[in-house]
Design a protein around this ligand. Sequence first.
Ligand code: ADP
Ligand code: MG
Ligand code: MG
Length: 254
Amino acid sequence: MLEIKNLHARVNPEEGADLAILKGVDLTVPAGEVHAVMGPNGCGKSTLSYVLAGHEGYETTDGAIRFEGEDIGELEPEERAARGLFLSFQYPVEIPGVPTLTFLKEAANAQRRARGEAEISAPDFMKLARENAAKLGISNDMLKRPVNVGFSGGEKKRMEIFQALMLAPRFLILDETDSGLDIDALKVVAEGVNALRNPERGMLVITHYQRLLDHLKPDVVHVMAGGRIVESGGPELAHKLEAEGYDKYAGEAA
Ligand code: ADP
Ligand code: MG
Ligand code: MG
């Protein structure tokens, strides 16, 4: 479903740096599977998710990203979203003055228009919102508040999963940054991802947290070091990393 071949990327020179970060990433995620990416700080995990999203701060210098057989490497972020790629950090920003549901309905309809589909009606959207909010224990009050404004870490995570449920993406990429998630937030993410699992959907979960993977039970765990995937295995690989650390991959980073 998602096929990344020999992907090289650098910080866009216009950003004031000329720095190669991804140095030949090979990664394939079939439909129906959840893959985790772990790796030491600074190895390029977040950069990989930005490049998959089409973030303008990064430039692809070699390799390809194919999504359902189509080369999406040159597409705008909105075009990727319209094809069903969901990047968790696309919407974590606070948007004062814009109620969460208004924002999400606009995002959902923008994607539908881009696909040439009819827009979702307000009553249908509200019905879906109530169902999904109930699943995640999100109150009406939270939905009325402006996007992410004043949310706790756990609430932001809950909203992130809610956004994913509402947009029902074909493929989900979650970048769990190293900013401390409490146990409650980890559980929300894990339960949300498990609720979103289905045979047609693929997921890539980037994380530092072995504990998250205990709840998630990914099909495959990949280790990233020095801008490449250097090892892949089953869930047991995450436990090995927890016990042994990333030292053995230090040569890869050099
Ligand atoms: P990770 O998510 O694995 O911790 P990142 O992808 O955030 O790693 O960063 C990889 C490396 O690239 C780090 O050394 C980081 O400092 C550098 N980097 C990422 N983005 C930029 C940028 N916009 N400008 C300069 N350096 C960057
Ligand atoms: Mg980091
Ligand atoms: Mg990161």
